[in-house]
Design a protein around this ligand. Structure first.
Ligand code: NDP
Length: 487
């Protein structure tokens, strides 16, 4: 059976490459190749830059309210095509339909809607300085680049294009080579909504295409989502042309469960924060610190619910709530961490093995895994695994657990469960993390800025402040008096 071949999306349409080079994309739940994609060769790359220049000239000259109207049309189309887009995300990522149907497209659309609303609300300042005055203009940067990870492909494309386009920039987006189709569908939707040609281009390929974006002297800014190590390479490369950078990177986030917490709620948070999207979420609370007095109760409920309530299988089946990992390689990596956990002395409470569900026997499934008796120095407690592997640790003292929770070079997220309102805020204010939850975990509405402390990131996505990352301030001094010159 022949599979479709998708081309790069440049200047409002598909563009054939000249090298003829393609790559295959597999469905992680079946191991089948589902389509091929053309690599963005130098011909496509040059076309992307040229069309983005032209697109930027048209788009940045439009009144912000006009840009807003067009983006809102795209939002309506995204919502109208929710099921079609959600299915693409399920086939590309291996995540359950149950999630994609109500989260992936909707949270992407929400962010574009939010920034479309803010576009006409951006104002400059004016201030008198004696009889003279100055005013400021918020101007777009020019051509920006977005580079995405594979866990929320369409959502990431929306989270980057929403603020970039609302502020009047053109964006060249490179999705992960594992999940390239969602961004193409978004490009089609933008075009249908009336976004001018060249304003949103999609280039396809692996690291080399990403490297080209980070080097290109025509690109003013890179917004990157991915691993810490790759993020460092991107920053180093972007330094060559002093591009602005925004980095959304990895995490190893702590969740603190105090003795007065609602334990069932805390277990729900721990399971969501480790097993949703089969554990492939950057903010996951993979280090769960539980107060000694409620530890047994916590792990008893956690074990029962993990073993009884998780349904792995064909991700398109609406009753399945646990999908396949993105690739065979990643599956092996996660299994390697599980072996390390066992060899370093952690106790396997549940899981710890590959799964072969009857409805998806060739998929890259790893059982939801919980380790107890974990210590702070174990590899599984220190390194991001990006799979369904939870480490549970015990604590007795508040100050000590705060110190342990912060003892990492990462700082993406943190959470606390307690009914003591003073403790909740006192503890969370001391967490060295950019995204924090009290008696909750994982929610990330468009209005809330998200991003990392320490090596988990630079800058923020979502929330009002993100528009500042896609604009530059021009100050204009207006002389109302004669110039006093000594010359
Ligand atoms: P990677 O860092 O491997 O890849 C991210 C993107 O960068 C991909 O499109 C990749 O291309 C591209 N890339 C790879 N090398 C380079 C390079 N040298 N220069 C430019 N681009 C490059 O991350 P993953 O895709 O494996 O995603 C998982 C990671 O993403 C986890 O660490 C996770 O925590 C993090 N993440 C962070 C989020 C956040 O908001 N903080 C959200 C989601 C994920 P290709 O894959 O095609 O080779």
């Amino acid at each position: 059976m022949t599979t479709p071949v998708y081309q790069n999306f440049i200047n409002g349409d598909f563009l054939k490459n000249q090298s003829g080079e393609t790559f295959a994309v597999k469905n992680p739940a079946t191991d089948d190749v589902i389509y091929h994609v053309e690599v963005a060769d130098s011909f496509v790359q040059n076309a992307a830059i040229e069309s983005a220049k032209q697109g930027f000239a048209v788009w940045s000259a439009m009144a912000p309210i006009e840009r807003s109207r067009i983006l809102l049309k795209a939002v309506a189309l995204l919502r109208e095509r929710n099921d079609l887009l959600a299915k693409i995300e399920v086939l590309d990522t291996g995540k359950p339909w149950q999630e994609a149907e109500c989260v992936d497209v909707q949270t992407g659309a929400d962010v574009i809607e939010y920034f479309a609303g803010l576009a006409p609300a951006q104002v400059g300042q004016q201030q008198m300085v004696g009889e003279d005055f100055y005013y400021t203009r918020k101007e777009p940067l020019g051509i920006c680049a977005g580079i995405g990870a594979w866990n929320y492909p369409l959502q990431i494309a929306c989270w980057k294009s929403g603020p970039a386009l609302a502020a009047g920039n053109a964006l060249i987006f490179k999705p992960s080579e594992e999940t390239p189709l969602g961004a193409i569908k978004l490009a089609e939707i933008f075009t249908e909504a009336g976004v001018p040609a060249g304003v949103f281009n999609v280039v396809q390929g692996a690291a080399e295409v990403g490297q080209w974006l980070t080097h290109s002297p025509d690109i003013e800014k890179v917004s990157f989502t991915g691993e810490v190590g790759t993020g460092k390479k991107v920053v180093a490369s972007a330094a060559g042309t002093l591009k602005d950078v925004t980095m959304e990177l990895g995490g190893k986030s702590p969740l603190l469960v105090f003795e007065d917490a609602d334990i069932s709620q805390a277990v729900s948070a721990a399971m969501l924060g480790n097993f949703y999207t089969q554990g492939e979420i950057c903010t996951n609370c993979t280090r769960i610190y539980v107060h000694k007095s409620v530890y047994q109760q916590f792990i008893d409920e956690l074990k029962t619910r993990t073993e009884q309530n998780i349904v792995a299988g064909d991700p398109l089946d609406p009753s399945v709530n646990f999908g396949a990992l993105i690739s065979k390689n990643h599956h092996n990596l996660v299994m390697g961490y599980i072996e390390k956990g066992i060899s370093e002395g952690a106790t396997l409470l549940t899981g710890g093995k590959a799964l072969r569900p009857e409805s998806a026997p060739n998929g890259y499934f790893v059982a939801p895994t919980v380790f107890t008796d974990c210590t702070d120095d174990m590899t599984i407690v220190k390194e991001e695994i990006f799979g369904p592997v939870m480490s549970v640790l015990v604590f007795e003292d508040e100050d000590d657990v705060i110190r342990r929770a912060n003892d990492t070079h990462l700082g993406l997220a943190a959470g606390v469960f307690t009914k003591d309102i003073k403790r909740a805020h006192r503890v969370i204010h001391q967490m060295q993390a950019g995204i924090c939850w009290i008696n909750s975990y994982g929610n990330s509405p468009a209005e809330m800025p998200v991003g990392g402390y320490k090596q988990s990131g630079i800058g923020r996505e979502n929330g009002i402040e993100t528009l500042d990352h896609y604009t530059q301030t021009k100050s204009i001094y207006v002389g109302m008096t004669d110039i006093e010159s000594p010359f």
